[in-house]
Design a protein around this ligand. Structure first.
Ligand code: PMP
Length: 364
């Protein structure tokens, strides 16, 4: 088997894949596959409800928050969010742009609302640092403030819950957590909206979860097309139309697995350990490997690094691929290397990568 460091779709727990293999054709001895039966059948209905309950349990959500299971990727949320929260198209919303994904979210929102503002853009620092919220100006009349908790391409992460300064405490905070949800403990109830697609830490592609404070759902205008309205999905418990059955199934199995290994505390400890192992090799390489992100903001999920020059980097990527290391080429927009250490990446996978990196450095 390869050591999978893919940025997404990414490694899935082997236990989950084996279970799916054993139950793919004949689901739990029902005589039929989940993939070919109606989503209105009991089997899927149970999985659907259980998934919502498991997410509520693991994230310790209160009654004020609802969980929606949607399709369309996190990318659909880039527009669905302003469509729903800016019933008045003139109203302001603010974006704290800390990397490529925040920028995409902001650009899409600007196509919808006239009042979309880039409150901060880390481009001048090549997206290697995060801002101090106390130093940013927020307008208390804005509809929401948008953040990206982990920038998957640039490899930087808000290490603690994102809390606006007390004078802005009424502003709704919306966070794209696509690449670090369920990787560490958070105070999920402190956010007004969290959205995340599932193909990194939670399973496979095709599904996006939206955790939304119920009082925000009422802001959706009745004029929105049905699928684009949070209110539609909330009213129908995310069964307004055919849900992405297979992705929900796998999400429920991933959540079962996380609960069985000790919940998010266990997952977080392993994630911290894996990230430390890899950053340690980078930092102790006398500059042979270099991580451009400021130490305080380095992501535990996506570790980005470069080598001394292009030629040696290409050799590194070619040789690592031959050694069974998969998915560490940096994103095409930034180059370099990137190892994604999502939940299902094991300590042994990371050990294989760092052994290879040490050996490669010695030889070069
Ligand atoms: N936000 C972040 C932080 C991401 O990493 C990604 C995908 N890599 C997206 C949004 C887009 O997600 P999707 O492909 O599911 O639309």
């Amino acid at each position: 088997m390869l050591h999978n460091f893919s940025p997404g779709p990414a490694a899935v727990y082997k236990e989950v894949l084996h279970y799916v293999q054993n139950n793919l054709i004949n689901y739990e001895n029902t005589g039929i596959s989940l993939l070919e039966s109606s989503h209105r059948e009991k089997a899927y209905q149970e999985i659907h409800q259980k998934t919502i309950e498991q997410l509520t349990y693991l994230l310790e959500l209160d009654d004020e928050h609802a969980v929606l299971l949607l399709a369309g990727g996190a990318t659909l949320q880039f527009s669905m969010l302003p469509l729903n929260l800016l019933a008045n198209k003139e109203k302001k919303a603010e974006y704290v742009v800390t990397g490529a994904w925040g920028l995409k979210a902001c650009d899409d929102a600007k196509k919808i609302g006239k009042g979309i503002q880039t409150t901060y853009d880390g481009r001048d620092h090549s997206y290697t640092i995060l801002p101090q919220l106390e130093n940013l100006y927020f307008d208390n009349n804005s509809a929401y403030v948008h953040f990206t908790s982990n920038e998957t391409i640039h490899g930087l992460q808000w290490k603690e819950d994102i809390v606006l300064p007390a004078m802005h405490s009424k502003l709704p905070v919306v966070v794209d957590m696509s690449s670090d949800i369920l990787s560490r403990r958070i105070n999920a109830n402190s956010y007004d909206i969290i959205y995340a697609s599932t193909q990194k830490n939670m399973g496979i592609a095709g599904l996006t979860i939206v955790i939304i404070k119920k009082d925000l759902i009422n802001r959706s205008s009745a004029e929105l097309p049905s699928y684009l309205s949070y209110a539609t999905h909330f009213a129908k418990n995310s069964l307004y139309n055919t849900p992405p059955v297979s992705a929900v199934w796998i999400l429920s199995l991933v959540l079962d697995h996380i609960i069985s290994i000790g919940e998010i505390t266990t997952v977080e400890a392993l994630n911290e350990e894996k990230a430390e192992m890899l950053y340690e090799v980078i930092d102790n390489s006398n500059g042979f490997y270099h991580c451009p992100v400021h130490k305080r903001f380095r992501s535990s999920m996506n570790v980005v690094f470069t080598l001394p020059d292009k030629a040696i980097e290409e050799e590194f990527l070619a040789q690592s691929a031959r050694a069974g290391i998969y998915g560490i080429k940096g994103h095409r927009s930034v180059g370099g290397c990137r190892a994604s250490l999502y939940n299902a990446v094991s300590r042994e996978n990371v050990k294989a990568l760092i052994d290879f990196m040490r050996e490669f450095k010695k030889k070069n």
